[in-house]
Design a protein around this ligand. Sequence first.
Ligand code: G1P
Length: 271
Amino acid sequence: MIKQAIIPLAGLGTRLLPLTSVFAKELLPINGKPGIEYIIDECIDAGIKEIIFIISKKKVMIKNYFYNDKLFKKIIKKKKDKRISNEFRKILKYKKMIKFVYQNNPRGTGDAVLKTRKFIKDKYFLMLLPDDLIIKKNCSKSMISVHKKYKSSVMASMNVNKNNVSRWGIYNVKKKINNQNFIINDVVEKPSVKNAPSNKAVIGRYILPKIIFNKLLKQKSGKDGEIHITDAIQSLIKNNQKFIGHSFSGKYLDCGTMDGYIKSSLEIAKT
Ligand code: G1P
């Protein structure tokens, strides 16, 4: 069973400036609710019991959001507002399952994952990238089913426009299992259009094996000087670890870019 999830939250959110100049992007509202709550709800619905938030000193606002009990208690005492009581109850429920670790110098997704090493208990864990919202169908839940069936690591995937491949991690297929699941041969972080092995992109949901920490401990920085989780995954694949690309059926919203962020509220309002 997959019981633990990790969420890297130390990124500076430069693609969303100026909204992120004093504010954590994951707390920005999407249709009236902070983006991070959609991600937590997806985890809870997928059976996750503990979530590890990787934040930084600069993003401590995220921790404060979940630890603002005094304010809520004071207000609830003064006026009996049912909506506020319900919201407070929800935040307390979230708080119970969240642990915080720090990545004060954001050096890439792989480096963020490494900060959780001492806390991961089981053989596999889930990672969600908060920029990527997937609505209408719980992607993590589907991936956990795939993991159970094939006893392997899984990454969410989507076909993208060939001209945009350098925005994503891109993989090619070793073997097609069925229309939704593919055994991965190679994965490359943000390749050029010319060097891309396909147009199959990795989207921000990963079921990773605990042994990835051994790779990350030794890993040198890759593209743009960052430690990429994609490079550690490629290295595991070359050691015969099975990774499945799962083509999810929900709707993907890229909240990490301004255009995508604006559209995401409109899309969610329609559901
Ligand atoms: C990260 C990963 C990339 C993946 C993408 C999905 O990139 O490094 O491989 O395709 O998430 O959203 P980022 O969005 O942090 O630039």
